[in-house]
Structures are given as C-alpha cells and as structure tokens.
Write a protein that binds this ligand. Sequence first.
Ligand code: FAD
Length: 451
Amino acid sequence: MERVDVAIVGGGPAGTAAAWEAAQAGASALVIEKGIPRADREGMGPDSTDAAGLLDYWVDLMGFGPEDIPDEVILRTLDGADFVGPSASVSIDGTGIESSYPAFGLAFHRAKFDDWLREEAEAAGATYRVGDSVTGVDTSLTGGHSHTLSLSNGEEVEAEYLVLADGPQRTVTIEALDQFTGDRSMASVLDPSQVNHIAYQEHRDVPAEVFEPTRIKFWWGLMPGHTAYPWVFPNDDTVARIGLTMPIGLDIDEFDREHWALLGDDDERIPQGKEYIERLLEREYPEYDLADFPLVEDRGKRGGTETYAISSTRPIESPTAAGIAVVGGAMGGTSAFHEGGDHVAVRTGRIAGRLAGRERLAGYNQAWQNVLGDEILRNVTMAEVVREYTPADWDRAFDAADKMFNRGEHSMLGTIRAGIPGLKLLLEYHSRKRGFTSGGYVQFAESEYGV
Ligand SMILES: Cc1cc2nc3c(=O)[nH]c(=O)nc-3n(C[C@H](O)[C@H](O)[C@H](O)COP(=O)(O)OP(=O)(O)OC[C@H]3O[C@@H](n4cnc5c(N)ncnc54)[C@H](O)[C@@H]3O)c2cc1C
C-alpha cells in the first residue's frame, strides 16, 4: 500500500494549494483527483468552471502578491461592478477594502489557474494523480491517527493527515466526517441537495457595441429564490460568460409570477438555466436577437455551456484531532451571496497543507478564522440580509446604496442622503452581523466532533 504524510482528496484550488504547501513544508503529499475532461484543457484535470473573477483584496486573501498570478491566467483586469435591480441600479468602481492588487479585480481562466497551481505543487514535490476517485476513507485513531483511502481502481493509500478538498458535492467529506459526528450526520449540515445552489453558464460572443470589457454585472430581484441571480463576466475578445445561480428544487407556486421579471405568466415550473439566460438577454438587449449573441461552443464543458453545483451555506470547522482538515467548497467556504470562493479555497488549502506538513494541524480552525473571518462574516451577513428580499427591496437597496457609495461609503452624510432605506440597509447589516460575530458563522464546531 502506498503511504504518504498528507493525502488530499480533490485537485481543485483548495486541494492543490494544500499539496503545494504540504510539499513545501517537507511532507510527502499526494493529490487524488478524479479527473474531468474540458474543451479548454488537454487531458483530464480538476473540475474547473471556466473563467472566474477575483476582487482585488481576494488576491491578498489567497496569500499571493499581484505579481504572483501568471499573465496567461489573467483574461482581463476589471474596473468595477454594476448591480442592477428591476428598476434601480448601483455601480461601484472600488471594493473599499485595502488591497495590493492595482485594479478593481480580474477575470481569469480557471483551468489555467488550476493548472498553474498544480505545476507549482508538483515543482514543490507533491504528487498529483488524476483519473482515480476516492471512494471511501477509514480512519484509525489508535496511537495517533491514520487514514486508509480506498480508490476506484481498487488500490488503497494510507496517510497520516487527510485534507478533504472534494468541493461542494462532498462525495467523500460527509462520510469521512460522519466517523466522528455520532447520531448527527454531517449530511444534516452539508447535504449537497439541501445547501447547494445550481449554477449554469454559457460562453457567448457579445456584440462589440454592448460588450463591457472591464466590468462585471449582476442582476438582482429578477428571479425568485434566495441569492438567485444572473450575471455577466467579460472574458477574452468579446466573449462573455453569462450565467446564473439559484437554489435547487424551487417550487414556482411559492412565488408570485408577476413580481419576478424573468418569470412568465404561463410558467408551470421554474425555468431552466438556458431559458433564464435567453429571457435575460431579450430583456436587457431588446434591440438585438438572440442570434446576435452566439454560443461559443469550443469552451466550457459541453458545447459552450456548463452546469455546476455551488456551495451556498456557512462553513464548518474540522476535526483536527483526527488529523483531518476540510477546505474550500467542501467546508462551505464559497459565498452564497456572490459565489466567490476561489480565494477562500486557496487560503484554507494553503493553511491546512502547511499545518499538516508541519504536523501542527491542531491550529487549523483558528488559523483560517484569523485570516478569513472578516470576509466570511461579510459574506454570510449579506446572504442573510437579502434572504427575503423582494424585487422592490432590491430597488430600494440599490437606490440607497447608490446614494451612499456616490457620496462617501457609509459616511453619516451618505446615510442621511440615502434616507430611511439607507439607514435600514446599514442597520440591518450591522444587526445581522452582530449575530455572527465571535465565529457565529461556523455551523459545526470542532468541539461537536467526538474525537
Ligand atoms: C459557475 C460558477 C462560477 C463561479 N465563479 C466564481 C468566481 O467568479 N470567483 C470565485 O472566486 N469563485 C467562483 N466560484 C466558486 C469557486 O469555483 C469555488 O469556490 C472553488 O472552485 C472551490 O474550490 P475547491 O478546490 O474547494 O473545490 P472544486 O473546485 O469544486 O474542486 C473539487 C475537486 O475535487 C474533485 N473530486 C470530487 N470528488 C472526488 C473524489 N471522490 N475523488 C477524487 N476527486 C474528487 C473534483 O473533480 C474537483 O476537481 C464559482 C463556482 C461556480 C460553480
């Protein structure tokens, strides 16, 4: 049986970053990635949703400097973001958070990003095995901790430390953690069918005159469901990634069709992603035909389109006494509010890998909260604030935010000018935030594991 110091399940940003750090710390590190084919990658690799975005301060949160990300990974630098409601909107040209990255953010090629992380991990000495799935984990706590991983090819791997980086579907995480959760299955906290959203995106060539090369755009209050929204991200040339995210299994009868611009009076069920995107394009660009936005079929997973699960919940802590760290999407590190998660994935992976490599994993939960706590608190709070938002609430919020942002972020003057809606927005944010401070955003604490 192969034996390693640190075994990592999943070779996305979180798992690969963990392998990189563990190897740099001098440990033997093995990534097992089941391997997904993509139109934009030769051979199998991690399940990389194409072209993603990073805000300026996310680069710092990853623990990278602006110059660290290779040029070929970056598709564009961004100047700002537009948030559009049914009839009000707000545009921002800065995140308002101190950062070393010199632009508002960047759109990047996720497959190339993942491949770059893998090259770095391998250069540091990690081994990256693609094409086999981990099918189960058996942990022994006799005389320390050791983990036996069963692979789809029938082999087994033994490791002293285990990093679970299998992403939002948590194909291994839930069962591996259930070894220590007693009667309360981790599925009650992280069941993918309950706590994940579905994300659908298309690569489309956009008419040059309406293509916005340096801005990302989000529409809120057009489709029902908690944190359900479409977006446009510019990629290279005039190609944009146009997509949406929404909760799984919504019942259309729970929503008033008249209130939601992207629902039709005759809809018998919640529209599929493709239908939503077509309706968005028709609504936003009435002077064009859909044929003016052709699909770019040689990208993505299937003919220019991609469907993904995305984690939309709050993070858990890991049972470090068992030598296990859960990282990235698997731990619930992706924000329900804006889907951003690569920065949390990379940083939690790096911290877990470094600590496992140095045999000091006990510090993991505290360490990621020290570095990422503010970011997670912001994301969790915003997702809660908007939980019951109606289209009218979105308009009010954007109107208020527009006045505040355009007259000094959150200043008293801005608040006064934004009036009652502005005050309400701020008060609501602050009162929700209070409920999550002191680690209250963690939905399963280390102390709850029976280790
Ligand atoms: C459509 C979409 C758009 C997004 N946009 C952004 C964005 O703009 N910015 C941003 O920061 N984030 C974005 N995200 C979120 C971001 O993609 C995730 O937060 C990030 O991928 C999490 O990284 P990860 O390594 O934890 O998980 P993943 O990237 O999901 O990687 C998990 C890996 O584990 C492998 N795996 C799973 N099970 C097994 C198994 N049993 N055995 C072996 N391997 C296994 C999978 O094949 C996969 O490669 C987006 C997500 C989606 C779906």
